[in-house]
Design a protein around this ligand. Structure first.
Ligand SMILES: NCc1[nH]cc(CCC(=O)O)c1CC(=O)O
Length: 385
């Protein structure tokens, strides 16, 4: 607020891509609906000017780093990220924190020619993706199909599918000769939905068969812990979803323990369930794939290996505090529920307790995977694949 009381719009930092500005505007609109007028402030990075294989120069983390820098130095008041592109390491000693709006569709989506599903694609079909995680899992299901390395924004990728050449015609970097050269591409369902493009999806892939990236489908709103205005904190709390917060805590703890970056062949998906007695349980599924048989590595080109890559798969679960997430932990006071939890020693608040359990779950599942040799495929070396 200015001294006169007229609201100064909050500056919401965002990347400049159509997907980024669309989803950031959705957050700005939510903030406005909660009484905090907000406008986008596009943060351009050197990475945005390069159309080459970004994953090989350190991945999408470079975009997040530039946004975070702008937030830390006060150039913007908030930053909106796709959570899956946000590095897991906290390098800022608590100077920044995240609010988590409810997760949207976590699934990967196949966009194929002629309305085909993954199952219906003919043998020899070529499927485009730049993600070793998607490539490996798709190859495991369809070892008779080939993978093509596809990069670029959503429009560019869609234009590679035969019949969808009209997408992305104004994008820089899409060559006329590569339009329509593939049978299908795989993209995040949430990204397509935010752009109003869900109708192009021909097969929503079961998230238990093709595990999404940690945090896929989630936006994260980052803010400074020291000097964010109280009315902004109130608005952020209103768009916060505790079930999402706890699920992604488990997924990202797994990633952190595996020392895996956003380009690593790791899938992780956590969901809140209830056990037979109706008590809340967090279930975490994870895969670590061998990227060498994914068909993405250049030495192989379009891989034609007879069998798909090795996939390490594990599932683990942990109980959560009774009542979670039905209670609004943000407004709860420790004594408020003492009637319901009689006989229990007063402990940390349910949300905090749930987050700790989630982080432990992720770390322990990562250790199980490491015990099975997952370090062969993740970490500094393999993450470049
Ligand atoms: N790596 C690119 C990226 N980062 C975030 C999304 C949108 C989905 C999301 O917010 O999780 C996408 C597009 C895609 O993976 O198809």
């Amino acid at each position: 607020m200015s001294p006169e009381g007229a609201p100064t719009p909050l500056r919401v930092g965002t990347r400049g891509s159509k997907l980024a500005t669309t989803q950031s505007q959705q957050v700005a609109d939510l903030l406005a609906a909660h009484g905090v007028p907000a406008q986008l402030s596009i943060v351009t990075t050197t990475g945005d000017l390069i159309s080459g294989p970004l994953a090989q120069m350190g991945g999408t983390g470079v975009f997040a780093a530039a946004l975070r820098q702008e937030l830390l130095t006060g150039g913007v008041d908030l930053a909106v990220h796709s959570l899956k592109d946000l590095p897991t390491q906290d390098a800022f000693d608590g100077a920044l924190a995240l609010a988590h709006p409810p997760r949207e569709d976590p699934r990967d989506a196949l966009v194929a020619r002629d309305g085909l599903t993954l199952e219906q694609l003919p043998a020899g079909a070529v499927i485009g993706t730049g993600s070793p995680r998607r490539a490996a899992q798709i190859r495991a299901l369809r070892p008779d199909c080939a993978i093509a390395d596809v990069r670029g924004n959503v429009g560019t990728r869609l234009s590679r599918v035969r019949g969808l050449e009209h997408h992305g015609v104004t994008d820089i970097g899409v060559g006329r000769e590569t339009r329509g050269d593939l049978d299908a591409v795989v993209l995040a369902a949430s990204g397509l939905a935010r752009l109003g493009l869900s109708a192009v999806v021909t097969d929503f892939l079961d998230p238990h068969r093709v595990l999404p990236a940690a945090g896929q489908g989630c936006l994260a709103v980052e803010y400074r812990t020291e000097d964010t205005a109280p009315e902004v904190l109130t608005a952020l709390r209103a768009l916060e979803d505790s079930a999402t917060r706890v699920a992604v805590r488990a997924e990202r703890a797994l990633l952190l323990r595996l020392e895996a970056g956003c380009a690593a062949p790791v899938g992780a998906y956590a969901q809140l369930e209830t056990d037979e007695a109706g008590a809340p349980v967090l279930v975490l599924e994870a895969v670590v794939a061998d990227p060498r048989e994914s068909g993405l590595q250049s030495s192989e080109g379009h891989s034609s290996g007879k069998q798909g890559p090795e996939i390490l798969r594990e599932t683990a679960r942990t109980p959560l505090p009774a009542g979670f997430p039905g209670v609004d932990a943000a407004t709860e006071t420790p004594g408020a529920r003492s009637g319901e939890v009689s006989g229990r020693v007063p402990g940390p608040e349910p949300l905090e307790q749930a987050e700790r359990a989630a982080a432990r779950l992720g770390t322990e599942l990562a250790e199980t995977l490491l015990g099975r040799g997952a370090d062969r495929y993740t970490g500094a070396e393999a993450g470049r694949a």
